[in-house]
Design a protein around this ligand. Structure first.
Ligand code: AMP
Ligand code: MG
Length: 502
């Protein structure tokens, strides 16, 4: 393979902390050159947030960097080591098989972020893979991760997408592409598992303090009296994951491949493989073609997050206490927080969707009852909640809402209880409706629209992709000209299965 042999003259103010960790945390490797790089998209606002000049990224020099043909000065250029549980089974070594961390930058907001090329060629962790990414999955990750950011869900971001001018071999020949991904970090539960599986306590201690300092600095400098770093980190990650998954459920997101190597320590959504958004509400819904048992189905996600956190806790046991039983007791107490934290976060999310500002004991029942009715009547999740915003200020919208249900009465009986509950709060209907419109999106990245954008792009037409990205940047605003992007799929547009696309 021909490796990027040029140092680019473009300067990026890298400050690479991960590359200063011991050598066994990563492999130093340059991206592999590609034939004919072309920019598909540069994310201007994100570039500016990172302190990068977006126009420079679009320049011939920038293209070379974003496709992996040149490495900017000061880049780390490393592939990270990690392991992970995939569908419940442990894999001793995974690692960045097709990604290279260029380095870290500190943005205008003071936040430190990784800039990573994904699809940039083989690394020592590639195993049988080609190190490449196809255009489809790259655009999919671009669209969905940016939509998640605009929806207010913690997520990695997409700084750029470039085509390589080289085909990749999947079931068919597809155009190759490279995604430039931005993340709070690429630390995963699987990173800790990598070292735990090798009994490398020293590495685990280094990772623990690194993760605390990078992601939870307040806790890192917090009250050291009664707990150690490993316990504090476990607590923070439990909280971050509980809150993250609650937000997924609020927007109808199915991650699709919640393996521990895809579980970020920072609490961001990471790895947009076979992910999808619900059309009709169905807690058993799964899209991924390889998730045969529905392990990662929509409604299973909180349970799986806890399972992943238990694997995380196991890696930290040796750091928690010398006595194994004592360590297990301490860890279990932290894991027990998950359901409390998740329930509270989920209740907050769902109350807001219903236009409720205050807590009430019966809210959980009100929510559960509604969800059951949505499921048994095959009602579109996003369409329902967006229409409910209107109903909050205009009772005459009820008829339209009821018509979304196979049994319209199922809506009316629930709505009676909901309206009585609204009376307990003082908000004006207008204020309530506009608060609801800030949490119930008009636009979500619907699978069929993503597929259509990908098919067009593979054919050379990037317009549907551009439109989708632009509309999804403002998911809470009505954009009447693009109402068709808010609509559920027609029967023949439905996408039933998604693929990892690796
Ligand atoms: P994922 O399913 O994308 O989370 O990837 C799981 C593992 O497979 C990670 O270690 C990836 O780096 C690796 N991998 C996925 N696709 C490729 C590829 N095309 N070439 C090399 N490694 C890959
Ligand atoms: Mg992954």
């Amino acid at each position: 393979m021909s490796v990027a042999n040029r140092i680019s003259t473009m300067t990026i103010a890298f400050d690479n902390t991960y590359a200063r960790l011991p050598a066994r945390f990563y492999a130093r490797i340059a991206p592999t050159r590609v034939r004919e790089p072309r920019i598909v998209k540069v994310n201007y606002p994100l570039a500016e947030l990172l302190g990068l000049d977006p126009a420079l990224l679009c320049s011939p020099e920038g293209v070379q960097i974003l496709a992996g043909n040149a490495v900017p000065e000061g880049a780390a250029s490393i592939a990270l080591a990690y392991a992970g549980h995939q569908f419940g089974g442990f894999v001793h070594q995974l690692g960045d098989g097709r990604a290279i961390l260029l380095g870290e930058v500190v943005g205008a907001d003071g936040g430190r972020r990784d800039i990573q090329l994904k699809g940039s060629g083989r690394t020592p962790f590639s195993r049988g893979g080609d190190g490449r990414a196809a255009l489809g999955p790259v655009l999919r990750e671009y669209i969905v991760s940016e939509a998640m950011a605009a929806l207010g869900v913690p997520t990695t971001r997409a700084l750029a997408a470039a085509t390589t001018g080289e085909p990749v071999v999947r079931e068919e020949l597809l155009p190759g592409a490279v995604l430039t991904r931005v993340a709070a970090s690429h630390l995963r539960v699987g990173t800790f598992e990598f070292f735990a599986a090798r009994d490398d306590r020293e590495a685990l201690a280094i990772l623990t303090s690194y993760a605390l300092a990078r992601h939870f600095p307040r806790e890192a400098s917090g009250d050291p009296e009664y707990q150690n770093d490993a316990l504090r980190l476990l607590e923070c990650v439990v909280d971050a994951q509980a809150s993250l998954v609650a937000r997924w459920l609020g927007v109808g997101f199915v991650h699709g491949v919640m393996n521990t190597d895809n579980t970020s320590i920072s609490g961001e959504t990471i790895d947009y493989g076979p992910c999808a958004f619900l059309d009709e509400y169905d807690p058993k819904k799964k899209f991924s073609s390889i998730d045969h048992g529905g392990r990662y189905a929509f409604g299973n996600q909180p349970r799986i997050a806890l399972w992943n956190l238990a694997r995380f806790a196991e890696t930290l046991l040796p750091l928690m206490a010398d006595d194994t039983e004592q360590a297990a007791r301490l860890a279990t107490a932290r894991l027990d927080r998950f359901s409390v934290r998740f329930d509270a976060a989920y209740a907050r999310v769902m109350r807001a969707k219903l236009g409720l500002a205050l807590e009430d004991d019966n809210d959980a029942v009100l929510v559960a009852d509604l969800l059951e009715r949505l499921a048994s009547n095959h009602v579109d999740y996003a369409v329902f909640f967006r229409a409910l915003c209107t109903a909050a200020e205009d009772v005459s919208a009820d008829e339209g809402l009821a018509s979304l249900f196979e049994q319209p009465g199922a809506f009316h009986t629930w709505a009676e209880v909901w309206r009585r509950r609204l009376l307990k709060e003082e908000l004006t209907p207008q204020a309530r409706a506009s608060a609801m419109r800030r949490v119930n999106p008009a636009f979500i990245p619907r699978n069929h629209r993503i597929e259509q954008a990908i098919v067009a792009a593979v054919d050379g037409n990037f317009e549907p992709f551009e439109t989708l990205v632009n509309v999804l940047a403002r998911p809470y605003d009505d954009q009447p000209n693009f109402a068709y992007l808010a609509d559920p799929p027609l029967p023949d547009e439905r996408v039933c299965a998604t693929f990892c696309g690796t």
